[in-house]
Write a protein of this length. Structure first.
Length: 394
């Protein structure tokens, strides 16, 4: 019975991460239609993403206190309910301002569930489950545009697509509401079983823990690298490698698909290798991809470089999160996971836009060098983290 309950709990956590990823890529896929309907320029989508990112950063930083007070189950349930209500709000929008306002609860809900479930899995389950958890996010991010596309193909307006997404998330919320006994099943590594204090930490206390700042910089740069690579891949291929728009868009999509498939594979590889080994191997593969992308070879090699960067990035995010309890202690892991989530969203907020300024004012040909600089920083800061935490990692 215990194993069945744990298996059911894992399934619910996976479904929650599918729900987390489900709407993430949808707005970009329908923004030309929404922007035209609201009479705003296409660049206004950046305002929406900024609002969502700021709300997510705030909720991530508060996650330690909220989870210590209310528990992972309640925060996860309320967070997914909040994001589902925000999606229903999106469907009712008739002005750009309304869309901005509904982006706030969407970001708040996304940040809380992200921090809660990442740390919960890191503390209680093996590394393979962390890789598969983030693979589930990729499944959701892939399904979201497909759902919206199917709705539009049937002749319905984009608002109906958001109603469908709301319905799917609300069904999951109902499943979570009736699953409270499942979340009470005993898992050997839980904080309760280890009698670890649940005292919340202030931001200044978190930053004073050895290795925290280095890990935050590592995470900031990694998430910046991942999003910058994905967002600017098509433009780089079209403007610098003379690739057609149709082909370039397809390969940019394959970059994200490569991450999702890579994380599915990494779940099996993680059974043999440690988190630090997975991160180092991933960085080595990314480095090869960046070098291939930077070399003046034909466009086919550029495709290979992008695919290698995607595959190499697969283990980095989940393995950094999974190693947090080991590196910093279970008693500190939720607080540090919260600031790592905030660092991640800060990186995605700032660095792709910074490269846009560089591409516009200098040259988009600097794309692989920008990615390479982020990667070198990741490698340096991650190894500095390992030296500071003095973890016994092979």
């Amino acid at each position: 019975m215990g194993l069945f309950m744990i298996g059911l709990l894992i399934a619910l956590i996976y479904l929650s991460f599918i729900a987390l990823g489900l709407p993430d890529a949808v707005l970009g896929s329908v923004w030309p239609t929404i922007g035209a309907q609201f009479g705003v320029p296409i660049s206004n989508m950046g305002i929406i993403t900024i609002i969502i990112s700021f709300a997510t950063i705030c909720s991530s930083l508060l996650s330690d206190r909220l989870i210590n007070r209310f528990g992972v189950y309640l925060i996860t349930t309320i967070s997914i309910l909040t994001t589902s209500i925000a999606l229903l709000g999106f469907s009712s929008c008739t002005t750009f301002l309304q869309l901005c306002l509904w982006s706030i609860p969407y970001g708040i809900g996304a940040g809380s569930v992200d921090a809660a479930l990442n740390n919960y899995v890191a503390v209680n389950f093996e590394s393979k489950h962390m890789s598969w958890l983030h693979c589930m996010w990729g499944v959701g991010a892939t399904l979201g545009p497909f759902v919206m596309g199917s709705v539009l193909t049937q002749g319905y307006v984009w608002n109906v697509g958001y109603i469908v997404l709301f319905s799917l998330q609300f069904i999951l919320t109902f499943c979570l509401l009736i699953s409270k006994p499942v979340w009470k099943c005993k898992i050997s590594n839980t904080i309760e079983n280890n009698n670890v204090s649940k005292k919340s930490l202030s931001l200044s206390q978190i930053l004073r823990i050895d290795g925290t700042i280095e890990t935050m910089i590592t995470f900031f740069c990694f998430c910046a690298l991942e999003l910058t690579t994905g967002l600017w891949a098509s433009s780089y291929l079209v403007l610098n490698r003379d690739v057609s728009v149709l082909v370039a868009t397809g390969f940019a999509g394959l970059f994200y698909l490569g991450i999702t498939i890579g994380r599915g594979i990494c779940g099996f590889i993680a059974m043999k290798y440690s988190d630090s080994q997975m991160i180092h191997y991933g960085c080595a593969i990314m480095l090869v991809g960046v070098l291939i992308l930077a070399l003046p070879l034909n466009k086919n090699f550029a495709f290979i470089g992008l695919i290698l960067i995607g595959l190499g990035s697969s283990p980095v995010y989940p393995c950094i999160i999974h190693s947090t309890p080991k590196n910093f202690g279970i008693e500190n892991s939720q607080a540090i996971t919260g600031v790592l989530m905030a660092s991640a969203y800060s990186g995605t907020l700032v660095m792709p836009a910074l490269f846009g300024v560089i591409a516009n004012n200098i040259s988009i040909s600097l794309y692989p060098y920008f990615i390479g600089l982020l990667l070198i920083t990741i490698i340096f800061m991650y190894n500095k983290t390992l030296m500071k935490v003095k973890s016994n990692i092979n």
